[in-house]
Design a protein around this ligand. Structure first.
Ligand SMILES: [Zn+2]
Ligand SMILES: [Zn+2]
Length: 129
């Protein structure tokens, strides 16, 4: 009788667990907003709009205009979201003695509704001067 577990090579099992944990590591938390997610993922590097696109595909597949909307704000890749589009809301972030926001460790995402690509309350739309 096959029970489905005999003969499973340990290495293959380890590899599939590692693949699974790297998928979990780079997945958005339930209810996590786009901007908090991308902020977290930038630790792994900016790859164009790679993280933004992954979030959209998994959480808001109907937000087809997202890249265009970010581009209109001057964000053509994930890290530019934080240079040109959104900044930390100082109400929720710690500040140093000069009044500059300390981004790390990040406060926990305030959460957004499903299918939303809006940032949560931790982020403010950056003002252009
Ligand atoms: Zn970038
Ligand atoms: Zn958030």
């Amino acid at each position: 009788m096959e029970d489905g577990q005999d003969g499973q090579p340990i290495v293959a099992e380890l590899e599939s667990q590692m693949r699974l944990s790297s998928i979990l590591l780079t997945a958005a938390w339930p209810g996590e907003c786009l901007v908090c997610y991308v902020m977290r993922m930038l630790e792994f590097g900016c790859r164009g709009l790679g993280w933004t696109t992954r979030y959209r595909d998994e959480h808001a597949p109907h937000a087809t205009a997202l890249a265009r909307r970010l581009g209109a704000m001057g964000a053509y890749c994930d890290c530019e979201i934080f240079l040109n589009a959104y900044e930390p809301n100082p109400v929720h972030f710690a500040q140093d003695e000069f009044g500059d926001v300390i981004e790390q460790p990040m406060p926990v995402c305030r959460g957004v509704r499903k299918n939303s690509v809006q940032p949560c309350g931790l982020w403010l739309r950056m003002r252009r001067y």
